[in-house]
Write a protein that binds this ligand. Sequence first.
Ligand SMILES: [Zn+2]
Ligand SMILES: [Zn+2]
Length: 381
Amino acid sequence: MEHNFYTLLGVSSTATAAEIKKAYHKKALQYHPDKNPGDAEAEKKFKEVNLAHEVLSDPKKREAYDRVGHSAFQNQQGGGGYEGFHGFGEGDFSSIFEDLFSDFVGGSRSRSPQSSQKGGDLHYQIAVSLEEAFAGISTEIQFPTYSSCATCQGSGSKSKAKPKNCGSCRGRGRVHVQRGLFAIETECKACYGMGSTISDPCSDCKGEGRTRGQKKLSISIPAGIHDQSQIRMSGKGETGKRGGTSGDLYVQVHIKPHELFERKDNDLYCDYPVSMTLAALGGDIDIPCIDGQTVTVKIPEGAQYNQKIIVRHKGMSQLNRSQRGDLCVMAKIYIPVHLTAKQKVSLQDFHEEEKNKTHEVKGFFSKIKKFVKNLSVCFLG
Ligand SMILES: [Zn+2]
Ligand SMILES: [Zn+2]
């Protein structure tokens, strides 16, 4: 069945006002948040039912809805596909409705002109090294944006006279424009959505009260910051029009890959080449740390490939905490190549000795024995 306001309320498209009212009361009661605490699906349904009632209980709105059809809501979503009512966020539905039907209905949505005076939010990406993320840095960034006009001090007026209500939109900042079948609400061109005009606009900013240029800003990146973290700087985005509120600046931090260390949470991992003999005999190695110091790490006797040796509190700094994460040294044991004659003799001796003791790999050899035995059984059988 086609999903629309009628099917939502469970009435026919010819239902009377009384039937609609009755059906709405029933559905509203069923999905009421008080009856379904914490149920997001019910809450959504409750809103949809309310909207359906709002439209169908008003004869003018109902007539417009019947004429244009429910699919108008679908078209309004930019071809993203109709997903029942689920593609809409809270509030979207009523605004779409008013955008679509304001002409028929004479809708009077009051969107504050102040909202179009607000400066936009800005997003800035910054890349830092792992060392910088470890220690934290203060740096200066520069980006193009709107700042308050210096000539008129943001007023937009040469004489700093008070702006007057815009005649075209009667101070609303928005006007209705006919687009084919639909009346769409858009920003008023006469006042740029500000709802007011200035008789003697400032020549530098054309009355907007702000000019575009490069803005420099100091930012602090705290020690221990994580990759992809976002720092919000309230009011540091675009300056609003004619003294309107400024937007916010969001700085996203990217940490560049490091040659030696890989970060996992607050720990740092380092692959360290350990010779076969050092791994067998054990011994100390010096490892560089992210703070520029070195630390002596004990490779235990008989260390195995990829064995993790943890050095406490020598890893990454932690946000708002004094204790650092750990440094994890991964022993990457390697086999020597290009042996000297002397090394060959020593290793030969080592090999002879090693042949006699196979207990370290006993488990494996017992498996081999079993396998060979099974094989012979197979062939004999
Ligand atoms: Zn100006
Ligand atoms: Zn206007």
